[in-house]
Ligand binder design. Structure first.
Ligand code: SF4
Ligand code: SF4
Length: 165
C-alpha cells in the first residue's frame, strides 16, 4: 500500500521541478529512453509517481539513479516537460534526505576533501610528468583560497554534513 504525499508537489516545485504537472502520460519519453531499454527504469512512470506525490517510493528507489541525463526524452516530449530537471530535483531531495548511493558518496567525499571528484594519485602524477605537465594541476588543488571557497560553499549548503553522514 503506497501513501501519496500531497506536500511533495510543493517540494518538487521548490527544487525546480514544478513543470511535472504538465506531463499527460503519453509515454514518448519511455519509448525513446536508452536507460529504460537496459534497466527497470521507466521515466513516464517516474513522472506519474511524482505527480501523485509518492515521495517515499521515489526517493528510496534505485531507478531514480538510472537516468543518464542524455536529454532524448526532453527533445521528444510533446508537452516540453523539462524531464531531466525534474529527475535532478528528485535526486536532490533524495540526497538531502540521506539516500545518497555509496559510490556517489565516495565521489562527493573526494570533492569535499580536495575539490576534485577524482584523486590525483601517484600514477596520475607520474603520467603528468611524462607529458611535461606540472605535478599538481593548476586547479583548486594548487589554490588554497579556491579550496577554502569550495569548503565554504559546501558548509553553507549543508552538503558537507550530507557527505560525512
Ligand atoms: S513524453 Fe512528456 S508528456 Fe509524455 S509521458 Fe513523458 S514527460 Fe509526460
Ligand atoms: S535523459 Fe534520462 S530519462 Fe531521459 S531519455 Fe535520457 S536516460 Fe532516459
Amino acid at each position: 500500500m503506497v501513501t501519496p504525499n500531497p506536500e511533495f508537489a510543493k517540494e518538487i516545485a521548490a527544487a525546480g521541478g514544478e513543470m511535472v504537472k504538465m506531463c499527460f502520460q503519453c509515454g514518448t519519453c519511455t519509448a525513446g529512453c536508452p536507460s529504460g531499454r537496459r534497466t527497470s527504469y521507466r521515466v513516464r512512470k517516474l513522472m506519474r509517481m511524482a505527480q501523485l506525490g509518492l515521495k517515499d517510493e521515489i526517493i528510496a528507489s534505485d531507478e531514480l539513479w538510472e537516468c543518464s541525463t542524455c536529454y532524448t526524452c526532453v527533445e521528444r516530449c510533446p508537452r516540453q516537460v523539462p524531464i531531466v530537471d525534474i529527475v535532478v530535483a528528485l535526486r536532490n531531495i533524495s540526497v538531502a534526505e540521506g539516500h545518497m548511493r555509496p559510490q556517489h558518496k565516495g565521489t562527493a567525499k573526494n570533492f569535499a576533501k580536495i575539490g576534485h571528484t577524482v584523486k590525483v594519485d601517484d600514477k596520475i602524477t607520474a603520467l603528468r610528468g611524462q607529458i611535461g605537465l606540472a605535478e599538481v594541476p593548476p586547479t583548486v588543488l594548487a589554490n588554497e583560497k579556491a579550496m577554502a571557497d569550495v569548503s565554504k560553499i559546501l558548509a553553507l549548503t549543508g552538503f558537507d554534513k550530507i557527505v560525512q553522514e
